[in-house]
Ligand binder design. Structure first.
Ligand SMILES: Cc1c(C(=O)c2nccn2C)oc2cccc(OCCCNCc3cccnc3)c12
Length: 404
């Protein structure tokens, strides 16, 4: 396990941008300028990842990019654009943000690469590899040599593969837009009944997380994440950013937030025993008459002390206690998301999710998320799937890191 390329220094890295087709030019986007933030938002809105039958397209909001692209330690030169020299039209984008990872026992300073997009009319011009080369150069210049990225497609040697799962919250809408279908032997009425959930949360002491909770939640989170093979190591300012958003976000009413975090404060001891977060990322529904958007919530980070102090954390009793706690925690997460008018609650088979996915009626999606480490060789990590791509209830995943 370790770096693949021979060690280099920043002096070995060219100061000039990677060569590119002459009609294009490299630009550094300035996302502190509202109009450039909107430009990136519009560009992704029109050209970013769609599902294979082009029914949906991610509808990232400008606020989402504020959150996703400007965490503590963010750098302008890692927001890379490509413009047409003559028209100055934005035709490609790629981003990197700093991320410290622990991969098994090794800590690595890496970046997370995300939002790689090439204009629809410029696909198959081999621009993507050029974008990757240039962002690699810009990151290497800062003496960082590893990167984490995900892709739906299979590229050489994924560290892990997880599968999409979906928990319908508004099944009739999912059915109308063709995302959900009827299972054999089930009627619409029985399916609606199956997915119906209450509107009140059940866990005593569940409340929105506040910035005053950070020290306690951070400690709980760090301890819980020891159980995974690959995790992100946050500083406290990073933890606040990712779980509560910036000061602007923290002031918003819950229904307007893009990142939603809750804690469970034990009513007797007033200790925080659990934490749960999910982020909001709607889809544009293409070519549908009745609906133009699909509201999706994505399970983000969570932590619990359910398996602490029970000796071996992977013992049957520790796992039973963990399963029970996560089921009630995420079940309340579904209620919170439903009350925010979410139509579906998405989760991967990573973290300890396979412990509750079945009981909470998450269905296996047909999408896979492969996770890659650039310039770092490691033994594969379990993604919560067994050979036939069904949930692996025995060997839960070793994946603690969640990428947007
Ligand atoms: C995307 C996504 C979807 C859907 O596409 C979807 N849900 C309802 C309707 N649709 C079409 O479902 C998921 C379930 C778990 C995790 C997920 O995504 C995890 C985060 C993915 N990062 C964004 C991304 C996607 C593909 C390639 N690169 C980055 C997803």
């Amino acid at each position: 396990e370790g770096p693949i390329d021979k060690p280099k220094t920043t002096a070995d890295i060219p100061d000039t941008p990677y060569p590119m087709l002459k009609e294009f030019e490299w630009v550094t986007m300035d996302l502190e300028q509202r109009e450039q933030l909107s430009e990136v938002h519009e560009f992704l809105h029109a050209n970013y990842v769609e599902d294979k039958d082009s029914t949906f397209r991610f509808a990232y909001s400008p606020e989402f990019f504020e959150w996703a692209l400007k965490p503590p330690g963010w750098k302008k030169e890692w927001h890379v654009g490509v413009r047409v020299k003559s028209s100055k039209k934005l035709v490609a984008f790629i981003s990197a943000i700093p991320a410290k990872l622990r991969v098994r026992s090794k800590e690595l300073q890496t970046v997370e690469i995300n939002f790689l997009v090439v204009h629809k009319q410029l696909r198959n011009k081999r621009l993507a590899p050029v974008l990757i080369k240039e962002i690699t150069r810009r990151v290497n210049k800062h003496d960082i040599w590893q990167a984490l990225y995900t892709a739906g497609v299979v590229l050489p040697s994924p560290v892990t593969t997880c599968r999409y799962t979906h928990r319908p919250l508004n099944w009739p809408k999912l059915y109308d837009i063709g995302f959900s279908g009827l299972r054999p032997g089930e009627t619409k009425a029985s399916t609606v009944a199956k997915y119906t959930i209450g509107s009140t949360t059940k866990v005593a002491g569940l409340r929105p997380m506040k910035v005053e909770d950070v020290d306690e939640v951070f400690e709980l989170f760090e301890k819980y994440h020891e159980r995974f093979d690959i995790v992100q190591k946050f500083t406290k300012p990073e933890f606040i950013h990712w779980m509560l958003g910036d000061a602007q976000q923290q002031k918003l009413a819950i229904k307007d937030k893009i990142i939603v975090s809750y804690v469970v404060e034990n009513p007797e001891t007033h200790k925080i025993t659990d934490f749960l977060s999910f982020y909001i990322l709607p889809f544009t529904v293409l070519e549908d008459t009745k609906y133009d958007s699909l509201n999706a919530a994505y399970l983000f980070y969570y932590a619990t002390d359910a398996d602490f102090g029970k000796g071996d954390r992977f013992s049957k009793e520790a796992t039973a206690a963990l399963t029970k706690r996560l089921e009630s925690l995420v079940s309340d997460g579904l209620v919170l998301a439903k009350n925010m008018d979410m139509d579906v609650f998405n989760a991967l088979t990573s973290q300890d999710n396979v412990l509750f996915l079945n009981d909470l009626k998450f269905g296996l999606g047909d999408g896979f998320l492969n996770l890659y480490l650039f310039n770092y060789m490691t033994f594969p990590i379990k993604g919560g799937l067994q050979e036939d791509n069904e949930f692996d209830l025995v060997n839960r995943s070793g994946v603690g890191v969640v990428m947007l």
